[in-house]
Write a protein that binds this ligand. Sequence first.
Ligand code: AMP
Ligand code: GLY
Length: 424
Amino acid sequence: MNRVLVIGSGGREHALAWRLSQSTTVEQTFVAPGNAGTALESGLTNVVLDVADFTAVVQFCQVQNVSLVVVGPEQPLVDGMVDALSAAGIKCFGPSAAAAQLEGSKAFAKDFLKRHQIPTASYEVFTEVAAANEYLQNQSFPIVIKADGLAAGKGVIIAEDLAEAEATVADMLADNKFGNAGSRIVIEEFLSGEEASYIVIADGKTFIPMATSQDHKARDNGDVGPNTGGMGAYSPAPVVTPEIDQQVAEKVIQATLDGMAKDGHPFVGFLYAGLMIDAQGQAKVLEFNVRFGDPETQPIMTRLQSNLDELCLAAIDGRLDEVSCDWDERYALGVVMAEKGYPFSYDKGHAIHGLDQMADDIKVFHAGTASKDGDVVTSGGRVLCVCALDEDLQQAQSKAYEAVKQISWGSEYYRTDIGFKAIR
Ligand code: AMP
Ligand code: GLY
């Protein structure tokens, strides 16, 4: 029986830990640091651990006989958590620091895609304002400007005209508004179409798709307003037709795994390709993430029926071809309830009401929550993700929103149209 440690504190980690705890081959699931949702979940135990201190994580794993560590967020992966734990003989699921550069550096990812002829927007990389501005003079608009490093989802600006593009270049390269992440930038062609997330579990050579999904990155209904980490998601996503599925599996995912292996950094972990699918059904890579998506994880984990720990261990051992993955055929749809003000500044500490009267086919995953004096209180921008399952996507949507309406803390904000592209 496995003893598992999940690293992270968001909705993604609540969903991963919840699914792991239900595995028939898991006896104990720890979450470090977790949130109020993982604290309340039967079968999960929050642990106080500085997850940036890899020596402390190794010690915890040794004392607790942890047989599998699953890392939720990108930062510890980019910082080398898998390398450090593996060196101590602990099975840690995720890419090495070298392979995590696919997310850690957009310039690395773009150069990789180009070198291996994987479809993506055309681009150039700059470190100097003058060279970037000179390049911009001959481009068409809108154009996309990206900070190279990790910027918590805020490092991508779509500039509508030359003035906005030059101002963004100045913000990133001269004024350091994105910190070190913006000391190098990628300027790339604007792609239009419909976005989809394609997430797989990979063992360095082969992969198993983790079900299709679609995120809703814009804050407001109809995909307008500022970009966020994601305001809701559903799975499966019909935009990924069987033809697109096959195209992406072969020309994007397998090509990426082959390229990474050839370059000496075999990719083990969850690999997430953010895609733009054009009107002709051609998919191009917008970005890679080297981890599961948040909020895509929440509906996807609601549908996963296989033992997640066994999948992760098979990937670490390079034998994914020996296992398979079963899914609940129903649609899962998750609505993110955020604190008003997100993704900018917002309050914390509001007591959340209505959490304990949910129907059986509803699962509420916590993200920015904490426990205080016996209450569950808000402690982040994205607070909850309310997921519902149904054979019919529209029904799943109605159920999720019925549950959302039962929950309140006075300043909640959510989109009321999650799933609209597949329902309209
Ligand atoms: P990224 O973090 O690179 O996925 O970018 C965040 C968001 O910016 C994406 O989800 C897209 O909505 C948008 N975006 C990024 N690159 C492009 C592009 N080349 N063309 C159009 N939109 C883009
Ligand atoms: N939902 C987008 C992400 O996790 O990056």
